[in-house]
Write a protein that binds this ligand. Structure first.
Ligand code: UGA
Length: 439
């Protein structure tokens, strides 16, 4: 099948590359010529394990190309995917400007009836709105059919998720468009859920909102565990054995971030509001998460009183490991607060430093060397559970830091290991370890 994908962000690029890998002929279109130039040379514009090899392979095998020109990219396409961003507006709703622009670009550049697939996460009703924009702007009576095909990839494991996901959701307005999409997706060999368009749009928001709810739920349990002397990891393990609950997404921590959960939970609250429904449960999920992101700060202040002039090692900047993405990362909340309180900050991340420099406007030091960050620090704050941080020998904290006080926002270490070490340790939802208060 000849396919065009508009937008080469996380969703568009991974989708385009994956579709070419299973044998389709794919042209990815992006308005940014510098991105197109890099991608055409096989250089990925995002960090995603396994992606570079697939881009290179499919370019060489002539199934994948990139262009900044819509006319070239849409020529002969039988199916066009829209995978542009839907960032959050100030009021929490989804900004559809890029999706609408993609619709107008499609309308003026196609010369036959095609199927348009919306991959971007869009509020319920948007697919029909986009179909109407296209059909009102085409020439010679050309019209398109629309289908919704939300994506469920996670950053950092997007390639793996594409080929080994749990399901593919296809919402279509008629059987023909749905059948075409089903045929395109057959090689992925995953359960396919066929449904109507509005339900498909809603499945995406509901899935992300439910996962965010699981995280805020376990974070609240963690906070209660702390007051009652229980251990949230033991609690989550015991809960997770019940197959109705499941063990996934029950990891307590410093709160969820990223480009999806914060944006999509806010958008769903808005969407519900527009339908005159107060989504109080989801509002609480968001509130719990906002509070969770600053929780460590309270622990730091109750331990030290003032942190003015203290040197702090911040371990991790990305919102989660295996990505260089800082969007809605707890680091963006914690670092300015620590700076405001007068701390002298050295931040470590193996790959997100250059993105961090663009997004953090307080003056701090950056390093990609873990040891360098820990050197002479008065305390450490763990934001991201990078493998390098998780597998650290705990004696390194004592060896390199001025005082080995660790505030762990990701529960990186077992309490057994911590008790055998000489570090002073505060984590989330688990008993503190204060051998003797250091310093
Ligand atoms: C999320 C969903 O998991 C994907 O299915 C979806 O396709 C994607 O959003 C999207 O809408 O595009 P992503 O944001 O890439 O994917 O990352 P996740 O692995 O889901 O993690 C999100 C956040 O939750 C991270 O900050 C992570 O640290 C946090 N998290 C996750 C927890 O705090 N605890 C957990 O148990 C799991």
């Amino acid at each position: 099948m000849k396919i065009a994908v508009i937008g080469t962000g996380y969703v568009g690029l991974v989708t385009g590359v994956a579709l070419s890998e299973v044998g389709h002929s794919v042209t990815c279109i992006d308005v940014d010529p510098s991105k197109v130039e890099k991608l055409s040379q096989g250089i990925p514009t995002i960090y995603e394990p396994g992606l570079e090899e697939l881009i290179k392979k499919n370019i060489v095998e002539h199934r994948l190309s990139f262009t900044a020109d819509h006319k070239t990219g849409l020529k002969d396409a039988e199916v066009v995917y829209i995978a542009v961003g839907t960032p959050q507006r100030k009021d929490g709703s989804a900004n559809l400007d890029y999706v609408e622009q993609a619709a107008r670009d499609i309308a003026v550049n196609i010369d036959k009836n095609i199927v348009v697939v919306i991959k971007s996460t869009v509020p319920v009703g948007t697919n029909f709105h986009i179909r109407d924009i296209i059909n009102q702007n085409t020439k010679n009576g050309i019209h398109v059919k629309i289908a919704s095909n939300p994506e469920f990839l996670r950053e950092g494991s997007a390639v793996k998720d594409t080929f080994h996901g749990d399901r593919i959701v296809i919402g279509s307005e008629d059987e023909v468009a749905g059948d075409i999409l089903e045929a395109i997706n057959k090689p992925f060999n995953m359960p396919i859920v066929r449904t109507d368009i509005s339900s498909a749009e809603m499945i995406k928001y509901s899935s992300n909102a439910f996962l965010a709810t699981k995280i805020s739920f376990i974070n609240e349990i963690a906070n209660i565990c702390e007051s009652l002397g229980a251990n949230v990891e033991e609690v989550a393990k015991g809960m997770g054995f019940d197959h109705r609950i499941g063990p996934d997404f029950l990891k307590a921590g410093i709160g969820y971030g990223g480009s999806c959960f914060p944006k999509d939970t806010n958008a769903l609250v808005q969407l519900a509001g527009n339908a005159h429904h107060e989504f109080n449960l989801l509002k609480s999920v968001i509130e719990v998460n906002n509070h969770q992101q600053t929780l460590l700060l309270n622990k730091i202040l109750s331990r030290f009183g003032s942190i003015k002039g203290k040197r702090v090692a911040v371990l991790g900047l990305a919102f989660k490991p295996h990505t260089d993405d800082l969007r809605e990362s707890p680091a963006l909340v914690m670092i300015p607060k620590l700076a405001e309180l007068g701390a002298d900050i050295v931040a470590y991340d193996p790959i997100a430093v250059s993105n961090a420099r663009k997004q953090i406007d307080v003056s701090i030091k950056y390093t990609e060397d873990l040891n360098e960050a820990l050197k002479k620090a008065d305390f450490t704050v763990i934001i991201t559970d990078w493998p390098a941080v998780k597998k650290i020998d705990l004696s390194l904290f004592s060896k390199l830091m001025r005082s080995a006080v660790v505030f762990d926002g990701r529960n990186c270490y077992s309490l057994d290991a911590v008790r055998k070490s000489s570090i002073e340790y505060y984590s989330i939802g688990r008993p503190d370890h204060t051998p003797e208060l250091i310093g």
